[in-house]
Design a protein around this ligand. Structure first.
Ligand code: SF4
Length: 435
């Protein structure tokens, strides 16, 4: 093989396009760019020199990325490290410093007698407030996090052990001039990961990671992951997050993980997000009501009256330009009673709560949404947002009624349930039509 061909192949392998980036040329032959250029003219250039199989993306039927070379492989490893960070930070609710304190061997599994995995726990350090003093803590977590940790143990091994470290978060390039730990660099990596996803899976008009409200790429920070999961745990019933079964488990596991320990303050964060979310949800109610939305369900009259009263007190200014701070203050006490639900939202009053009457021993500080009776309880308020769940319920009842082996009693109960559901759907639709 002639030297120019040789160096051309080397260029392909390490991911250098000597035509586009002449300064990157590896200068094997006393700097013979002329020969290289000639060889490129004859042979052309192609992407990278690795024959690693690239998986097919089911959504597109094509390879999920172009071929690897040494340069893109290193980049992809950093992106994989970032993806693992996101899974750990988001699905555990750990703070950035808590995630980055994870060490090799931090995952423990508890198995049942028949060898089923009962619990996955991550050991790390919890940091609360402004204190630099962490204390050992455990987070209960779910399978995707366990898988991410497994990937990280492989990914970090070479770079960490070359420096005598056991961290799961080393800077992957094990070069003498690089820092040992990822630390603040993770923010840059997160935003590069966003760009990487947009390049691979988005288009300029439809980026894979939606832009921010100003139309610029969303700026990702480490704090957003913990806040987002806290907000969802606090404000959204699991059923409304369609298809995100994983998420439900994450919510249960994360909250359970923190319930026994206040060390990391996650419970307080959830409560804080709950009150912010309740107020935001009620503001949405208020704005929709101003735009002519009607409510249904037993609490509809009470809530509509309260919202209309506040609107009248605010004066003639349209709500969107009225004093939002004043509006928030006026809505605050009603907001504290609001619990968003799948079939209805609950404006909780323990004195009249039907669910509490069904339970034997309860603390009456919160509604028992699993026992909710949205067509009977005076606290239940139904809006157009609940329509899909009611429509699904009607379909279920209709298909069950087709079952020939039902007893007459079962058939009567189902029939009554279907009538109630159809009445709710009609109320919602009439309300929407009047707008
Ligand atoms: S029955 Fe439903 S609406 Fe009534 S208090 Fe309980 S959860 Fe709220």
């Amino acid at each position: 093989m002639t030297p120019p061909v040789n160096s051309h192949l080397l260029h392909l392998h390490i991911g250098i396009d000597a035509v586009a980036e002449p300064r990157m040329h590896i200068q094997l032959l006393d700097g013979a760019p002329r020969l290289i250029t000639a060889a490129v003219r004859v042979l052309g250039v192609e992407t990278g020199g690795m024959d690693t199989p690239i998986a097919i993306l089911p959504e597109t039927g094509s390879h999920w990325r172009p071929r690897f070379d040494a340069k893109t492989l290193a980049h992809e490893e950093r992106m994989l490290q970032t993806a693992a960070y996101i899974l750990c930070a988001y699905l555990t609710g750990m703070r950035d410093c808590e995630v980055q304190a994870m060490q090799r061997g931090c995952l423990t599994l508890t198995r049942s007698e028949d060898d089923m995995i009962m619990r996955r726990r991550v050991r790390s350090m919890a940091y609360k407030g402004k204190s630099n003093q962490g204390e050992p803590a455990e987070w209960v977590t779910i399978e995707p996090v366990a898988k991410a940790i497994d990937v990280l143990e492989h990914l970090s091994f070479r770079a960490a052990s070359a420096r005598g470290l056991t961290t799961l978060w080393p800077v992957l390039a094990a070069k003498s001039y690089c820092k040992n730990y990822l630390s603040a660099e993770i923010v840059r990596q997160l935003n590069r990961y966003r760009d990487h996803l947009n390049d691979l899976f988005g288009t300029p008009d439809a980026p894979a990671v939606p832009n921010g409200p100003d139309g610029a790429p969303w700026r990702i920070t480490t704090r957003q992951f913990r806040r987002t999961i806290a907000w969802h745990i606090a404000n959204r019933p699991f059923g409304t997050i369609a298809g995100m079964i994983q998420y439900k488990h994450a919510s249960v596991a994360s909250f359970e993980g923190y319930a026994g320990s206040s060390r990391s303050g996650f419970r307080a964060e959830v409560e804080n997000e709950r009150s912010l979310g309740q107020l935001d949800d009620l503001l949405t109610y208020f704005d929709e009501r101003q735009a002519g939305a009607t409510l249904s369900g037993p609490a509809a009259a009470r809530i509509s009256q309260t919202l209309d009263g506040i609107s009248a007190e605010l004066g003639p200014l349209p709500a969107m330009i009225a004093d939002r701070a004043r509006l928030r203050t006026m809505l605050a006490s009603l907001a504290r009673t609001l619990h968003v639900g799948v079939l209805a939202d609950c404006f909780f009053d323990p004195g009249t709560a039907v669910c509490l009457k069904q339970a034997t021993s309860v603390n009456n500080a919160t509604p028992l949404t699993a026992l909710c009776q949205p067509t009977r309880c005076p606290n239940a308020c139904i809006s157009a947002r609940h329509r899909p769940a009611w429509a699904r319920s009607a379909l279920d009842a209709k298909s069950l009624l087709k079952e020939k082996r039902l007893s007459q009693l079962q058939r009567n109960i189902l029939q009554r349930e279907l009538e109630r559901t159809m009445k709710i759907l009609t109320d919602i639709d009439e309300g929407t039509a009047r707008r």
